[in-house]
Design a protein around this ligand. Structure first.
Ligand code: BGC
Length: 671
């Protein structure tokens, strides 16, 4: 390297000491004492100044480790392209391979591995939280990783830290938890999606995380799939609209002058996810997740590609490759879909990241799978477990010509560009938006989203919204006073956590109690049984639904109500004049046989931390405006349901896509 500086800081101390020695030979003892005192104080001051300089300007300390100085890549005034090319030209093969690695943080063996392997990226898989799982704990953890690479690696390339912020930064207790994406699809207000994503971005920034594995652009065809709620809709146009709004919101830069991207979005999962057939999962514990997408290119192009095309227009710089197979081929091994279609035909210039262990699910040895995936177009490989053999394999493959160095350069170039665009090299200049974390302003957006996401499916005799004549309300059901059910999975833990433990959250019951008109009696019993059953309440509200689940653990052969919830609804019917059922569920449930006995039915999806948003609509201060973003099947034999709402057995759906009764504030309704 032409422009590597020698260590400088130790040199300054040496000069001071030599000067002091020369001075002491000429003066008396008092003068020596004074001298020692002054020099001591002086040294302390100089050390303090050096330390301060190091803290404020990490690049100053980098010189100790042979960091290039005056390098183009360290100069924030140069363009992203110039900086990328300059950095790439300085990198060894090992450093390039390191940038292609995305490791789950708990798999890091030694902190020093980050710098010795020049690792490019880390993630917290859902539930992989620091011991101090708080805003402060996260910020400290991520800063610690950054400091390791910035101070000790040769080139000081910052880490890209990623999480699944799929409905807010739900990894951290105290964050605002927004409705899961299906609720935003039901609200169908792109600006609301954009604002929710921007708020999520700010809460991520508060923890030093600048990368989220969202939005989800999958299109579900079968409600038995455990990931339906992560999607906006099964309609490509609606998904494209909201996916783009989400990306623009998350990535939108506000006050920061150095970065062009605030937080990096990662639309996922490319491509065809949601159309897998039941029973095709190759994961022994799943049924449909990680299964096979029929290799029908026309349908893939007509339905599954458009949301990704729109994501590119919205500025997507990173895309996650799905864990599904297309026909008999793992997506991560499809040169055709990754390189030919996405990069060459659609012009995607960002980087492709593989999902979880996906690369190693490509048949063959680990060595062969890595070669296949990288040659197919995967740029960054998610390695939940072991990165050491991966680095060795890829390095060897390049040395042996099995992976062309041009492919490696292409991958690293794509990754570095994003790091520069995010301003990661100038990270210490970013404004940390701590005050926004779980703020009242963000919770207000989430509450608005809850109200707008509710879909009124049945409303006999306009029982909803509840008017002032409703003096006595009975509330029952497993999801009534259970924030864990409202937020669903991807909230602090991968599979979610039941109960009211999330700081700052409001359960639906708490919202009803607070929102009911003064003087209204609100009673609660999860089972629907009340001591004073002789008097009949004006309305019984049953808040029922699904326990939290995620991914294949949510694959269900029969999505319907539990016996416990059915019993609670039946109990309410005996002690209340009318029964309103509110479903808290990640997908439509099969309820045809129950429906005739309910007076009203509201689909609330998985509303998140702001349960009060439901009371706003129940009591009429906000109208029902949500519409179903996916068709609602009446039976299992109808699955899967096609884009034209055609059911598998030809029988009519329970409710068509986009059905929803709309109320106005004065209680009149229309479909
Ligand atoms: C999921 C992805 C997620 C990743 C990282 C995988 O199991 O399929 O959607 O982004 O884990 O948590």
């Amino acid at each position: 390297m032409a422009d590597v500086d020698e260590p400088e800081v130790s040199g300054h101390y040496a000069i001071l000491f030599f000067t002091a020695e020369r001075y002491t030979r000429r003066v008396n003892k008092t003068a020596i004492k004074h001298f020692v005192l002054y020099v001591g104080v002086g040294l302390m001051l100089v050390s303090a100044l050096v330390l301060l300089f190091e803290v404020q300007n990490p690049s100053g300390s980098m010189q100790q480790y042979g960091r290039p100085v005056n390098a183009v890549y360290l100069d924030a005034s140069r363009s992203v392209e110039e900086r990328t090319e300059d950095l790439l030209s300085r990198m060894t093969l090992a450093e390039k391979v390191g940038q292609m690695v995305l490791v789950e943080r708990s798999s890091i063996k030694e902190m020093s591995d980050l710098s010795s392997y020049a690792l490019g990226a880390l993630l917290s898989g859902a539930g992989s939280n620091p011991e101090d799982n708080s805003l402060h704990g996260w910020a400290t953890m991520v800063a610690g990783f950054q400091e390791e690479v910035e101070r000790r690696s040769r080139l000081g390339i910052p880490i890209l830290y990623g999480v699944d912020a799929v409905h807010g930064h739900g990894n951290v207790p105290g964050a605002t938890v927004f409705p899961h994406a299906i609720g935003l699809g039901a609200a169908n207000e792109p600006d609301l999606t954009r604002r929710s994503a921007r708020a999520t971005g700010e809460e991520l920034e508060a923890t030093g995380v600048y990368w989220s594995f969202s939005p989800n652009l999958d299109l579900p065809k079968d409600i038995r799939w455990g990931r339906v709620y992560e999607t906006f809709s099964d309609d490509p146009a609606l998904v494209a609209l909201h996916g783009r709004a989400y990306i623009e919101g998350l990535q939108q830069r506000e006050n920061d002058s150095t970065a062009s991207l605030a937080v990096l979005a990662t639309p996922k999962h490319y491509v065809g996810l949601g159309s897998m057939l039941w029973g095709t999962s190759r994961n022994a514990e799943y049924r449909i997740d990680q299964g096979t997408t029929p290799a029908d290119e026309m349908r893939l192009r007509a339905e599954y590609l458009p949301p990704f095309q729109e994501a590119l227009k919205g500025g997507a710089q990173s895309i996650m490759v799905g864990l599904n197979r297309w026909g008999d081929k793992e997506l991560a091994s499809s040169h055709y879909l990754l390189q030919d279609v996405l990069k060459d035909e659609l012009g995607f210039t960002g980087f492709l990241v593989s999902d979880w262990y996906g690369v190693y699910e490509i048949p063959g040895s680990d060595y062969r799978s890595a070669i296949t995936a990288i040659n197919a177009g995967v740029d960054m490989v998610m390695l939940p477990f072991d990165y050491v053999p991966f680095v060795a394999n890829v390095t060897q493959a390049v040395t042996h010509g099995a992976i062309p160095i041009e492919r490696i350069d292409d991958a690293v170039r794509r990754i570095l560009r994003v790091k520069f665009a995010l301003g990661l090299f100038e990270r210490n200049q970013r404004v940390i938006a701590e005050a926004s974390f779980g703020s009242a302003e963000h919770r207000a957006i989430a509450r608005e989203a809850v109200g707008k996401s509710l879909v009124l499916l049945k409303n006999d005799q306009n029982v909803l919204p509840l008017g002032p004549e409703t003096q006595h309300i009975r509330v029952a059901g497993s999801a009534a006073d259970n924030v864990g059910r409202q937020t669903g999975a991807w909230t602090v833990a991968w599979q979610g956590i039941e109960g009211n433990w999330l700081p700052g959250a409001t359960s639906i019951l708490q919202g009803i109690r607070a929102g009911a008109p003064t003087g209204t009696l609100v009673e609660f019993s999860a089972t629907g049984t009340f001591a004073s059953h002789e008097d009949i309440a004006d309305v019984g509200i049953a808040i029922v639904g699904e326990a939290p689940y995620s991914e294949g653990y949510g694959d269900s052969p029969l999505p319907t109500l539990t016996d416990e919830d059915t019993a609670a609804i039946n109990a309410l019917r005996l002690n209340s004049k009318k029964v309103v059922v509110i479903l808290v569920s990640g997908r439509p449930l099969l309820i045809s046989h129950h429906l005739p006995t309910w007076d009203a039915l509201v689909m609330a999806w998985l509303p998140g931390s702001e349960g009060a948003g439901i009371a706003d609509v129940l009591f009429g201060s906000v109208p029902f405006t949500g519409r179903l973003p996916i068709p609602w099947p009446a039976s299992l034999s109808q699955l899967p349901v096609g884009l034209g709402s055609e059911t598998n057995d030809g029988s009519p759906l329970q409710y068509e896509r986009f059905f929803g009764i709309v109320t106005s504030l004065n209680n009149s309704t229309s479909d």
